[in-house]
Structure formats: C-alpha cells, structure tokens
Design a protein around this ligand. Structure first.
Ligand SMILES: [Zn+2]
Length: 302
C-alpha cells in the first residue's frame, strides 16, 4: 500500500513537473514514454497539449526494469506509447499486450543509422546498439518522429507541436555546437574515457571520443575477469585519465578499476536515465552538458 501511494505521488509529480498548468486542468492527450530521457523529449514537443507518464523514472535502469501494476494501467489509457526501440525495452511488447491498450506504439529511434555493438549476453553476437539518443543528431530525429506522431494523434494541436518541435530542435543544435566546441579543446589522442557499461558508442562516434567499457551492451551482463584485466592493462598503456561511473549502474566495478590503475573517478555520467530534477542531468540537454563538461575536465586533467 505504501509503495502504491509513493508510486502515485511520483507519477503526479512527474506530470506536474512537465505541465504545471495542465496537470490540474486535465490535458486532452494521454501519452506514455518508456524511460526518463524519452519522456523529457516527448514533454518538450507535447507541451501544452499532452500529459506524459514516464514508466522508468530518473536514475533507474531500463535494461533490467520490471513493470509495475500501474504501468499496464497507464498504457491502457494512453493514445500513444513512445519507446526507444532497438531492443532497449525488452519488457515492453509483453506489457503492451497484457495492458490491452488501443494506443499506438511509436518507435522514437525510427530512421536512425544504427551502430553495432557486441552483446556479451548472447555469446559475443553483434547487435544494434540501442543507445542512439547519445548523439544529438539522432535526438533531432527522435524529435521529428515524436512531433509527427503527436500531430497524427491530435491534429488540432499540430501547430502547437510543430512550434514546440522547432524551438526544441534549435536548443538541441545549440547544445550540439557547445559539446563540439568543448571537445575541440582536447587533442584527439587524449579523448578517451572508461565507463561502466557500453552506453556511449553513439556519443563517441559523434564527438570523436574513444569509449572503453568493461561491460557489454547491457547492464544485465557481469564483466568477465578476463575483460576487466584487459581493460586495466589498456588504461595503463594508453594513460587514460577519464574514468566514470554512471547514475544507473553499480559503481563498484569502476571504483575497483580506478584503485587498481591509480586513476581518479571523474564523477557520474548520465547514460540511460536522467538524474533527479535538482541534480545536473535533469533534462536530456542538461545531461549532455554535464557529460561533455565532466569528460573534458577529466581529459584535461582538472
Ligand atoms: Zn544501456
């Protein structure tokens, strides 16, 4: 019972945070977003017309999420269900089915040029990397997909959604330019980081940063002793200075690597979830500014 009340409070808090006025007025379009980062994007494009319920909240791990009874209820009353896709929400198809929802599932990553990664859980098989939002150019594609789906589901709001999308896309471009300018301060050879799971493939590809990670694509797999040993040798050899934990994964592995290599942990990066609103990664774009800022500071030895 206590848990249920706490969940309700969280849900109300989330929608009130995104739509202070509409949360009370009873907004016309009910939509669900699978995880916090996507929820922030949908909230920006849908502002003024749509009420967003986020299933996997701040600082939570979507890879290993176990749906709660309230989630099926939220889906049942939703017109649109926004997911990342690319295998990120393995639990979602079953949840959609059991909820009996008539809402349309929208894959926000539709049209993204995917990168591949090695899936340690499937014996080293190559799969599509789901963390596409970690490149702001992909974020722009997500926004276009979100705007199109909202316009189709609520044609009366089309002008609002299009205006919201335009304003948000301008902010994304501004953030992208800032991130590029920050990394331009660091020589290419020093642009290397270590982090606890392999979530920054798209980030590294977009901004010219080499990402070394002891885990595979998912937080579900345990890092093998062999991989950790290899990584420790690599850190020493390549003199990597930027070592990071993530907000939604167990920090112990990275802390151990830091100790064994004499490297300092450069703080927490936000990879698969936003932070709480009062922390530095409370929105998609703040998450980028936090991550790039911390990486650049660590690479520069600050
Ligand atoms: Zn991940």
């Amino acid at each position: 019972m206590i848990r249920r009340i706490r969940r309700m409070v969280t849900a109300v808090f989330l929608s009130a945070g995104l739509f202070p006025a509409l949360a009370l007025a009873g907004p016309p379009l009910q939509v669900v977003a699978s995880f916090s980062i996507l929820g922030d994007m949908v909230g920006n494009v849908g502002a003024g017309r749509a009420a967003v319920t986020v299933l996997v909240g701040p600082n939570q791990d979507t890879h290993v999420y176990e749906p709660k009874p309230g989630d099926a209820k939220a889906l049942a009353s939703a017109s649109l269900i926004f997911v990342n896709g690319l295998g990120f929400e393995g639990w979602m198809p079953r949840l959609v089915q059991t909820s009996g929802t008539k809402g349309r599932t929208v894959t926000a990553s539709q049209g993204v040029k995917t990168l591949t990664m090695v899936d340690e859980d499937a014996g080293g098989k190559k799969i599509a990397d789901p963390h596409a939002w970690q490149d702001l150019a992909n974020g722009k594609l997500y926004v276009a997909n979100i705007a199109q789906a909202l316009c189709e589901a609520d044609p009366d709001g089309a002008e609002v959604y299009k205006a919201n999308a335009r304003a948000y896309l301008a902010k994304i471009e501004e953030t992208d330019a800032w991130v590029r300018a920050e990394f331009a301060k660091i020589p290419q050879a020093q642009r290397k980081i270590i982090t606890s799971h392999d979530a920054f493939g798209y980030f590294g590809h977009a901004y010219g940063v080499a990402i070394l990670a002891p885990l595979g694509f998912s937080t579900e797999s345990e890092a093998s002793a062999k991989n950790v040993g290899k990584l420790i040798r690599q850190i020493k050899q390549e003199q990597v200075k930027a070592l990071f934990i993530e907000n939604m994964t167990d920090p112990r592995l990275v802390e151990r690597i830091a100790k064994e290599t004499g490297t300092r942990v450069g703080g927490a990066l936000y990879s698969d979830a936003l932070s709480a609103p009062d922390e530095p990664g409370g929105t998609y774009l703040d998450m980028f500014r936090n991550n790039a800022g911390k990486m650049v500071a660590a690479m520069a030895g600050q």
